[in-house]
Design a protein around this ligand. Structure first.
Ligand code: NAP
Length: 403
């Protein structure tokens, strides 16, 4: 555990999240290695008789080949192991390009894997402050067979276009705009608890972060008041200080972007229940946890990925209205849904246009689950049984058995 603590501290110093969250990420990241080490021995195939009865069909799965893995800064350890784990288990070699803001976490991870016995050359980390010119030649190299990217939708689209020239196998884990729906029959304590987790993990800098809260009219006021109490009481500060729950945002531009989204909403008539202002000249890129009500539909904060600790709350009337509002986005990574009505839980879950749904829980990340999105949140899945298939090709052997 000492080693995990060192790594957690390194991650906090590098990108700012509270040490407790860094520790949780080390465990989450390590779980991908465990899960995929167990999956490595379950790469199976099949043997069948051809319909004519004359031949035999043997189906095997083989490593896709050298992979290019590109990761973001917000979960530098887990986004790495979520790709490295299945790639190694499938038998692939790889080049990992971490975000320029968090190369140290990835280099530390690589050195641990080397220490653990990963053969030389299997994992190659390339750091760079010029992503485009560094990545271009690797995508164009005829040895590269697969691109797995986690990051923004904008960059993902550019890379998918580049990769199409070589028809690479591609996985894209992109941005989100997660709706968090609370029905009037929900357990409100659980909904607030789930909302705090879904919104505040990593100071809101997560693709899975609840971006907008759709709450049924009769409970909207109470939900907003409870959220304001909870978020307003959170301790903000340096990630290494004891008891800190909310660290700084990753950069000045990120903080300014969050400020602009809040200012835009307020300019259009939204009310600030808590937070809502940061001193742009102050040291550190802190932004206070913020709850907004009366947010008009056209406000940017409802349409864009916030990547900060801001919770806009919007009331709805019927189930159909909730579903329509939740799906009114080009993104489709995850949605959260709180209800105690079983039929409603299934109906709404099925109608949501997302790759994942958190039902009465504010966290969906799990190494055993297929993580990924639809629409402009990308394609491909990481984790679970599906995760290893992304690194395997299917080969079929047609056998003439005579007779
Ligand atoms: P980003 O700007 O798209 O960067 C992601 C990675 O792509 C970094 O390593 C970056 O390198 C690299 N990159 C940037 N421009 C490139 C180019 N032209 N060619 C090749 N590589 C390039 O995203 P970010 O700001 O780091 O991360 C935040 C985004 O990631 C959010 O939208 C979030 O939702 C998304 N995300 C999605 C998931 C998911 O699983 N769906 C998980 C986590 C985060 P540099 O750092 O050198 O620019």
């Amino acid at each position: 555990m000492e080693r995990a603590d060192e790594l957690a501290l390194l991650m906090t110093l590098e990108m700012g999240k509270p040490v407790a969250e860094s520790r949780a990420e080390i465990v989450y990241g390590a779980e991908f290695l465990r899960w995929f080490s167990e999956e490595a021995v379950r790469i199976d195939g099949r043997y069948t008789v051809a319909p004519s009865g004359k031949g035999r069909l043997l189906v095997m799965r083989q490593p896709v080949g050298p992979c290019l893995l590109i990761t973001p800064w917000n979960f530098p350890m887990a986004m790495g192991t979520r790709k490295i784990g299945p790639a190694v288990a499938a038998g692939c070699t790889m080049v990992l390009k971490p975000a320029q803001l968090t190369p140290l976490s990835s280099l530390a991870l690589a050195s641990i894997l080397t220490e653990a016995g990963l053969p030389p050359g299997v994992l190659n980390v390339v750091t760079s402050s010029k992503a485009g010119p560094t990545i271009g030649p690797i995508i164009a190299d005829p040895r590269t067979r697969k691109l797995s990217f986690t990051g923004s939708t904008e960059v993902g689209k550019q890379l998918a276009a580049q990769a199409s020239d070589k028809l690479l196998r591609v996985s894209m884990e992109l941005g989100g705009n997660a709706p968090f729906i609370v029905f009037d029959d929900a357990d409100l304590d659980a909904a607030v608890e789930g909302a705090v987790i879904a919104k505040m993990r990593n100071t809101g800098e997560a693709c899975t972060a609840a971006n907008r809260f759709h709450v049924q009219e009769s409970v909207a006021e109470e939900f907003a008041a409870r959220m304001a109490d909870r978020l307003g009481a959170m301790k903000i500060g340096r990630g290494t200080d004891p008891g800190v729950e909310i660290g700084p945002l990753i950069s000045r531009s990120q903080r300014d972007q969050v400020s602009e989204l809040v200012d835009d909403a307020v300019g259009r008539g939204a009310n600030v229940m808590v937070g809502g202002h940061s001193d742009r000249e102050a040291a550190g890129y802190f932004y206070p946890p913020t709850v907004l009500t009366g947010v008009p539909q056209e406000a940017r904060v409802l349409r864009e990925e916030i990547f900060g600790p801001v919770a806009p709350i919007v009331p709805f009337g019927s189930d159909d209205e909730a579903i329509a509002a939740a799906n009114d986005t080009e993104y489709g990574l995850v949605a959260y849904l709180f209800t105690t009505n079983l039929g409603r839980a299934f109906r709404v879950s099925e109608a949501l246009e997302t790759g994942m749904v958190g039902l009465n829980q504010g966290l969906v990340s799990n190494p055993a689950a297929p993580f990924g999105g639809v629409k402009q949140s990308g394609y491909g899945r990481e984790g679970g049984r599906e995760g290893i298939s992304e690194y395997l090709n299917v080969k079929y052997l047609a056998m003439n058995v005579g007779g």
